[in-house]
Design a protein. Structure first.
Length: 347
């Protein structure tokens, strides 16, 4: 019944997205290309597909050869316009993901601006040494014409079976995938059959130069957010855990925790959730209920709780975050990154 009600809205949304693309195709709306190469990392669905871990991987590698900067919209921030991200910024001012990246790469220039073309112009004017820009989540933002488009695809939600918002999770047209140069398929199962990879390649590749890589998320041992207040020993297998997440698709995070620990409670919040006093009170209540448990959250959520004064002591002592990265299945990450660097330098 709900699908029937949402179908007309999805049709209207699709019509609006299609018309907007036509305006760019006809040249009525203009795309801007920059002298400095731009790598765009995006997707065509809502929810977490791993754009931030991919951006971190690209920044880490490209920083060896280039003076790299990152531009992002800064989703969910309370500010407007262009803003350079400092390591001591508040996530409400710059966005949680840009702040996470800045804390990991303090030497990289990170800036936010909802108008990405304007943001890149100002970034390059203020930092003329920059010779490569990584644009986070800009595949739909056609006011910038990147040199390279990396599109993240969720293996658990194949685009050929998905529907447009709000009936499905597509926020852009699958026909637009012809603009991609690289497809990174994330969240692949442990034993992904070769035929499944062949089917996805056939669905995704529309132009000869496009490349497809299959990956999964690799999780590491949870780390204390406040190392000076946490117990010295690492978490033990089967330890009681309270799972805390405010991300687009918490399923893989929760599944990983359930496979390693005894998850006694789950506190699942909306993506880009703004943590308030009531959330800290709820965590304190859960710790009182399960006094031998610890809280494990995501890196993205941990960034929002680095203000020690606003996190109760009981929560600080029990708060851990789980680092993740992207693990390539068939080809190595080095193969992908070397080809990407060749494309950055090439015509």
């Amino acid at each position: 019944m709900l699908k029937c009600l949402l179908a007309p809205v999805a049709m209207l949304y699709k019509a609006g997205v299609t018309f907007r693309h036509r305006l760019f195709d006809w040249g009525i709306l203009k795309s801007e290309r920059f002298d400095v190469p731009v790598i765009c990392i995006g997707n065509i669905t809502v929810g977490g597909t791993g754009k931030t871990p991919m951006a971190e991987m690209v920044l880490d590698y490209m920083s060896q050869f280039h003076r790299v900067a990152l531009i992002s919209r800064g989703y969910g921030r309370r500010t407007k316009g262009y803003l350079e991200v400092r390591a001591d910024a508040h996530y409400r001012d710059v966005g949680d993901e840009p702040l996470q990246i800045k804390l990991k790469f303090p030497e990289v220039v990170v800036a936010v601006c909802e108008k990405r073309a304007e943001g890149i112009r100002r970034l390059l004017a203020e930092h003329p040494e920059i010779d490569l820009v990584v644009m986070d989540d800009g595949f739909q933002h056609r006011y910038v014409e990147p040199k390279i488009n990396i599109v993240m695809i969720d293996a658990t939600r194949p685009v050929q079976h998905d529907r447009m918002l709000p009936a499905g999770s597509l926020r852009d047209l699958p026909e637009q995938l012809h603009r991609a140069h690289y497809f990174i398929v994330t969240k692949c199962p442990e034993r992904m059959a070769p035929i499944d990879r062949r089917i996805l390649r056939k669905v995704l590749i529309q132009v000869a130069y496009q490349r497809v890589y299959f990956t999964r998320f690799e999780s590491f041992m949870p780390q204390p957010l406040y190392g000076d207040e946490a117990p010295g020993e690492p978490l033990k297998y089967g330890q009681r855990v309270i799972a805390l997440s405010g991300i687009g698709n918490p399923g893989p995070f929760l599944q990983t925790l359930r496979g390693q620990y005894d998850v006694v409670a789950e506190m699942t919040l909306d993506d880009h959730h703004v943590y308030k006093v009531r959330d800290m009170n709820a965590l304190e209540a859960l710790l009182a209920k399960y006094p031998d448990a610890v809280i494990v959250t995501t890196e993205k959520d941990a960034v929002k709780m680095t203000n020690r004064a606003k996190v109760p002591q009981a929560v600080r002592r029990a708060l851990y975050y789980q680092p993740i990265n992207i693990s390539f299945i068939e080809d190595s990450a080095t193969d992908f990154l070397q080809k990407l660097e060749e494309d950055v330098r090439g015509n």
